[in-house]
Ligand binder design. Sequence first.
Ligand code: SAM
Ligand code: SF4
Length: 343
Amino acid sequence: MDGSLPRDPAAVPLTDPFGRTVRYLRLSVTDRCDFRCVYCMAEDMTFEPKAELLTLEELDRLAGAFIGLGVRKLRLTGGEPLVRRNVMTLIRSLARHLDGGGLDELTLTTNGSQLARFADELAGCGVRRVNVSLDSLDAGRFAAISRWGRYDRVMAGIDAAAAAGLRIKINMVALKGVNEDEFDRMIAWCGDRGFDLTLIEVMPVGDVGGETRLSQYLPLSVVRDRLAARWTLTPLAETTGGPARYVRVAETGGRLGFITPLTHNFCEGCNRVRVSCTGQLYLCLGRDESADLRAPLRADPSAVSVVAAIRAAIARKPRGHDFVIDRAGRAPAVRRHMSATGG
Ligand code: SAM
Ligand code: SF4
């Protein structure tokens, strides 16, 4: 693949009007998925026509442009990143930035369904850790939440990733009345297996058909209070520049994160942007502002036009978001689905 995009020293660091430096890119490589999680998409979800998607070469060039602008961490996501055809070609190519020192970390967020197939190769490329979504340890409940997911395959994928030496963080979306009785069990299981765990609040993004956000929404402030009655939770100072806050669970030694975009304001330290699989740059998870990077990428085989478009967009990065879930506001706060930008 084309690895010829030059670094642009004049553009480093990529700093927004509020003094925040963008070091982290989440790149969606597909909006398609082999699951249909109830909080993420409707069962009859409509996907982008394939022609709208960036090619693997374009994704590679785009990532290279961001890395040239000082991005140090790249997370591939989706949809399900590992169902994109030939995704390993892209990952192998991106790994050159790890070898070359342009990237500190190349990682991905996955539902785990394809990990048994790809774990060894990912580790071989220099991927050190993966986030795996797992909302329940009960096979029947897992099937009800993911609709099309196969619990045994995900477990086999997690085992393969662990055997390949990948560090694993489990992402669990907290769903009112659905899996809220499982947090203790999940903390213990992750502790036994040496995995970190992050609990995620449902975010009002995209129309998921039928389910109302209010019925799924469980504030993590409430969850944290409940957990504190059973576990010894010690706050950790570290932050990844994202919406997670971490504690150490004394009884297991594991790290537990809370992603609380609705109950905690995390925007002041935001260091990240997201790009959809069609090349739309989203400046904030909780807002619709975007910039098209596909047109400059296609119009100009050099990095010049796309770098200019990225710079112009970062100059418009909003200070923060305004997610709200309430009885009055039934419409999603953000029109796109989470599968467009990968969380
Ligand atoms: N398919 C991969 C997976 O599930 O890990 C990657 C993409 S998925 C959109 C990324 C993360 O977003 C997952 O952990 C998923 O649980 C979470 N997610 C999806 N929709 C969400 C929503 N409406 N609110 C909160 N988290 C959501
Ligand atoms: Fe697919 Fe991930 Fe969305 Fe579930 S959360 S439907 S696995 S993209």
